[in-house]
Design a protein around this ligand. Structure first.
Ligand code: FES
Ligand code: FES
Length: 159
């Protein structure tokens, strides 16, 4: 067993876990943060994307012990109380979801794209969302939302 200590959505967490536990299993099953979805479990769909020390990571590809001492953010941690994050607002405004299953992972990836690129054009959004699959929308509105959300993040200094 492993004594895991990390920060999740700004709160310190300490738990004794099986060293083979995946990060996605830890956040969903141990912490009840079920906004992080499992679409494939094989590193293809991006539904399980979270941030680890600010970087987007597919949490089905990472052991929870690899997050020891780090800061993890899930979709539950991005809004400020009742105020949605600018990227969440952009997804809502641009109707960038249908069933919503891919949406938490899309938003976590989109936030990372916005942070890591000086300018997010539709081409940049399409290229860097290649690891996030959506079975419903056809991606047009998602790309519009990512471009708008990135611009809103720059305007508001949101991270
Ligand atoms: S569940 Fe992790 S990439 Fe699909
Ligand atoms: S909105 Fe259904 S999978 Fe993307």
């Amino acid at each position: 067993m492993f004594e895991l200590a990390l920060t999740v959505n700004g709160r310190p967490v300490r738990q004794t876990i099986d060293p083979g536990l995946l990060l996605v299993e830890f956040v969903r099953e141990h912490l009840g943060l079920t906004g992080t979805h499992v679409g494939c479990d094989t590193s293809q769909c991006g539904c399980c994307t979270v941030h680890v020390d600010g970087k987007a990571v597919k949490s089905c590809t990472m052991l929870a012990v690899q997050a020891h001492g780090k800061s993890v953010t899930t979709i539950e941690g991005v809004a400020a109380g009742d105020d949605l994050h600018p990227m969440q607002q952009a997804f809502m405004a641009h109707h960038a979801l249908q069933c919503g299953f891919c949406t938490p992972g899309m938003i976590m990836m989109a936030m990372a794209i916005a942070r890591e690129n000086e300018e997010v054009t539709p081409e940049v959004a399409r290229d860097q969302l290649h690891g996030n699959l959506c079975r419903c929308t056809g991606y047009l509105n998602i790309v519009d939302a990512v471009v708008a959300g990135a611009a809103a993040m720059r305007g508001s200094n949101a991270r």
